[in-house]
Write a protein that binds this ligand. Structure first.
Ligand SMILES: [Zn+2]
Length: 92
């Protein structure tokens, strides 16, 4: 059974929190929000790991590791920005 949820904006009763409030249109819980959060977290790990590998590769003069790590960090950064952008659109 669905629990009754109240809109935090206008206190109207909302049946499904992933649907816009029938009173004011506020979306309490965006259906994709959890997915974007997961993406943001995973991409952050990729960025940190990529740059860490890049630094290790540079320090040890292993070019493959250095270039690969920096590339991984860059791709992770773009991924992170996209995730954060989508996450912000769901309303933080
Ligand atoms: Zn409302």
């Amino acid at each position: 059974m669905n629990q009754a949820v109240r809109c935090p904006k206008c206190a109207a009763e909302v049946g499904d929190p992933t649907q816009p409030c029938p009173q004011c249109g506020y979306i309490i819980e965006h259906p994709q929000r959890k997915r974007y959060q997961k993406h943001a977290l995973v991409s952050l790990v990729v960025v940190l790991l990529g740059y860490a590998l890049g630094m290790i590769g540079t320090a040890t003069r292993v070019d493959v590791l250095g270039i690969g790590g920096l590339l991984m960090g860059f791709v992770g950064g773009v991924w992170l920005m996209a995730s954060l952008y989508l996450l912000l659109r769901t309303g933080v």
